[in-house]
Design a protein around this ligand. Structure first.
Ligand SMILES: NC(=O)c1ccc[n+]([C@@H]2O[C@H](COP(=O)([O-])OP(=O)(O)OC[C@H]3O[C@@H](n4cnc5c(N)ncnc54)[C@H](OP(=O)(O)O)[C@@H]3O)[C@@H](O)[C@H]2O)c1
Length: 187
């Protein structure tokens, strides 16, 4: 993401990486033993987040995106640079509700209960005039950026499981109060 070129900016310093007070090596920010699920962890800011969770000691980082080849390359590069963390990939669109639900079942069964969800997958439309704006593109963006992310958060929190069984979803290690959802958004 390029640096904005405002003539007057309230942001004094633009940073491109972690700085001392948010360093992933700080004990207070340790992710030791955690399982982190990151949508779009194979590109852009998601890739940087995946890297820094690995530096912070995460045991498992799970990356979700649609392009299998880009996922594989991202996961391979992350694993080479961070050998202590296990990287996993799921090729899926977050708008595919059934696939997302199955993915959570597989993660819970084969890997570990996710502790942290980072929603970095996003669909952008090029800025344009009102008349030139495509309604289909806006709908697709809304589906990805809003409804799909809501489904992800519900599945992460075990909402789907608890809704069908009428009971709280089972969790391996930690209760809902210890879960973290992080949404990546520009202001
Ligand atoms: N980059 C920054 O410095 C920065 C700073 C602050 C906030 N943000 C925010 O962070 C988010 C990501 O931005 P970015 O710059 O990192 O862009 P990016 O690299 O282009 O990330 C978008 C990713 O989303 C994935 N994606 C899109 N639709 C998807 C879907 N339906 N299912 C699964 N994955 C999907 C794409 O992967 P596939 O095509 O493989 O699915 C792509 O890798 C945005 O919300 C942005 O506003 C970015």
């Amino acid at each position: 993401m390029s640096q904005p070129s405002f003539t007057r900016s309230f942001t004094k310093i633009y940073r491109k990486g972690p700085y001392p007070s948010i360093s992933p090596t700080l004990p207070a920010l340790s992710a030791a033993g955690k399982t982190v699920l990151i949508t779009a962890g194979h590109t852009g800011i998601g890739y940087a987040i995946a890297t820094n969770f690995a530096v912070a000691g995460a045991a498992h980082v799970i990356i979700v995106g649609r392009r299998a080849d880009v996922l594989e390359k991202g996961s391979h590069d992350l694993a080479m640079a961070n050998p202590a963390t296990k990287f996993h990939v799921f090729a899926a669109s977050i708008t595919d509700v059934d696939k997302v639900h199955t993915m959570f079942e597989e993660i819970r069964r084969d890997i570990m209960e996710p502790d942290i969800l980072v929603t970095s997958a996003a669909q952008f439309t090029a800025p344009t005039t009102t008349f030139e704006t495509s309604v289909q593109q806006i709908s697709a963006s809304f589906e990805t950026n809003v409804t799909a992310n809501l489904t992800l958060v519900q599945d992460f929190l075990g909402h789907a499981a608890s809704r069908s069984s009428g009971a709280a979803a089972p969790r391996n290690r930690s209760g809902p109060s210890s879960l973290t959802v992080q949404t990546v958004r520009s202001v």
